[in-house]
Design a protein around this ligand. Structure first.
Ligand SMILES: Nc1ncnc2c1ncn2[C@@H]1O[C@H](COP(=O)(O)OP(=O)(O)OP(=O)(O)O)[C@@H](O)[C@H]1O
Ligand SMILES: [Mg+2]
Length: 260
């Protein structure tokens, strides 16, 4: 509705005829008896940002972990650049070019910044990203490379976690909860770095609890609730009320206004 795209959107915009680097088809996944993903389908265009939003327990992390090979789906397929990877192990997926920044960053607290970065180099593709290039991009990391990662701020830890994933030289980077617990200025700075990083053609699939942030950077998004997709498309196609209704599982916009 007349809103001008910001820089990040320009970078994230999906070209009309882009290659669909990721296709998720009818994915179902369980935790024991619980159906955490119930027939989730979507596609992600190469070089774009795709956002997954949804309330706590919607199945977002289960989805990311299923794409990364850390959770075995019970039904459906994950296709990466035309290859069915549903049965491949996580290391095989890393070799093909899929890296995950897990929820909560999961750095090794007792290891130094550099040791944490090195864990991202055990299985890697050849490509742009080396430790030196990471230090060029984030000079503060070089200055603090011998410090324990537990001494870093939340934003610094997230930047190390993203850098660790980049060192595998992925084509598809999965980021589970980029901005959780971070100050808005830190979040802006990380998104700024991400749009620079994406200039090399990287595709980013992001789980984001800050809905406005997610919708301002994503070419496409999907909203999940209790394992199902409740809304999907381009952010500009929906009103905030429609997105809110999908997020909370409300059937009509009038019921939103009926809430206090
Ligand atoms: N290891 C597990 N064992 C049992 N149930 C689980 C496990 N992990 C997740 N679940 C359940 O599966 C459902 C989906 O969880 P998931 O972590 O994928 O959601 P999410 O959207 O990432 O939530 P959040 O926003 O809190 O991170 C939830 O009902 C959750 O309680
Ligand atoms: Mg989660």
């Amino acid at each position: 509705m007349g809103r001008r795209p910001n820089m990040a959107e320009v970078v994230a915009a999906e070209p009309a005829l882009s290659n669909q680097i990721l296709e998720v088809e009818g994915l179902c996944a369980h935790h024991g008896q619980l159906l955490a993903l119930d027939g989730v389908s979507f596609t992600v265009g190469e070089g774009s940002v795709f956002a997954v939003i949804g309330a706590n327990g919607a199945g977002k992390s289960t989805l990311m972990r299923s794409i990364a090979g850390l959770h075995r789906p019970s039904e459906g397929r994950v296709i990466f650049d035309g290859t069915d990877i549903t049965r491949l192990s996580t290391p095989q997926r890393v070799e093909l070019g899929i890296s995950l920044v897990p929820e909560g960053r999961r750095l090794f607290a007792s290891l130094s910044v550099e040791e944490n970065l090195l864990t991202g180099t055990y299985i890697r593709r050849s490509g742009h990203w080396t430790i030196e290039r990471v230090y060029e991009m984030f000079p503060w990391m070089w200055q603090r490379k011998n410090q324990r990662s537990s001494l870093l701020s939340g934003g610094e830890q997230q930047t190390v976690a993203i850098s660790r994933a980049l060192l595998a030289n992925p084509r598809l980077l999965l980021i589970d909860e980029l901005s959780l617990g971070l100050a808005p200025i830190v979040v802006r700075s990380i998104y700024g770095s991400l749009s620079k990083i994406m200039e090399g053609g990287l595709t980013v699939l992001i789980v984001e609890q800050d809905v406005n942030q997610a919708l301002s950077v994503a070419a496409k998004f999907q909203c999940m609730l209790e394992g199902r997709t409740t809304l999907s498309g381009k952010p500009a196609e929906f009103t905030p009320e429609e997105i809110e209704a999908a997020y909370f599982g409300l059937n009509s916009t009038s019921s939103i206004h009926g809430k206090d």
